[in-house]
Design a protein around this ligand. Structure first.
Ligand code: CDP
Length: 213
């Protein structure tokens, strides 16, 4: 019997780090579903298309199996903004549903299960997941983390304000869209990371997941 873990939360809440640590600890296959939407956004921009245009976005979403999800170019905030624009479109989301569900149900050989991180894993993609976590932090803390990731100690206040601004815009779009908005599933376990370090967050999540196994 394999286990499925759903991990959702807003931008820069620490999902990626926690997902990697849980995957390694519990021996799970990991899918960062944000990379799917980032890849779609990236492909649209590569083709000189418009991420808000459904035809452009859908064409890119249909090519997802042939797209390199580990391309480092996907990590920038400009690609994240394009990602949240394609992600607001129901037809794009629908195209990516099967890919995600297939991943969830088919761990790699030798793995004990799967973990998917994103915005709608516990609510839409895997509503029957064995364990659901919703991870969050206040927007200033999240902007500071993303700012340090992108610019390091040499970054300026102007760059921080810019990151804060785009993160707020992305939160707003992700939370208020009609199609699979970002929200905590009713039975998800809430972890606020505003005042916690990675090890504390991991330990809290580890105990919760163990209790569900
Ligand atoms: O890394 P970060 O949390 O900043 O973003 P991400 O998880 O890579 O997701 C990028 C964008 O993709 C988000 O702002 C969402 O608009 C979209 N997304 C989504 O709609 N549903 C998901 N399951 C994952 C990401």
């Amino acid at each position: 019997m394999s286990i499925i873990i759903a991990l959702d939360g807003p931008a820069a809440s620490g999902k990626g780090t926690l997902a990697r640590k849980l995957a390694s600890h519990f021996n799970l296959s990991l899918l960062d579903t944000g990379s799917l939407y980032r890849a779609v956004g990236w492909t649209v921009l590569q083709n000189k298309g418009d991420p808000t245009n459904q035809e452009d976005a859908l064409k890119a979403a249909r090519m997802i199996e042939n797209t390199d999800l580990s391309n480092p170019e996907l990590r920038s905030e400009s690609i994240a903004s394009a990602a949240s624009k394609v992600a607001a479109q129901p037809a794009v989301r629908q195209t990516l549903v099967d890919f995600q569900r297939h991943f969830a149900a088919n761990p790699a050989q030798g793995k004990a299960g799967t973990i998917l991180d994103g915005r709608d894993i516990g609510t839409v993609i895997c509503p029957d997941a064995d364990a659901k976590i919703f991870i969050t932090a206040d927007v200033e803390t999240r902007a500071k983390r993303r700012f340090l990731e992108e610019f390091g100690a040499a970054g300026s206040d102007k760059q921080y304000q810019e990151i804060l601004h785009v993160l707020k815009a992305r939160d707003n779009l992700d939370t208020n869209r009609a199609a699979s908005p970002l929200k905590q599933a009713e039975n998800a376990y809430l972890i606020d990371t505003s005042n916690s370090d990675i090890e504390t967050v991991f330990e809290t999540a580890r105990k919760y997941v163990s209790s569900k196994m």
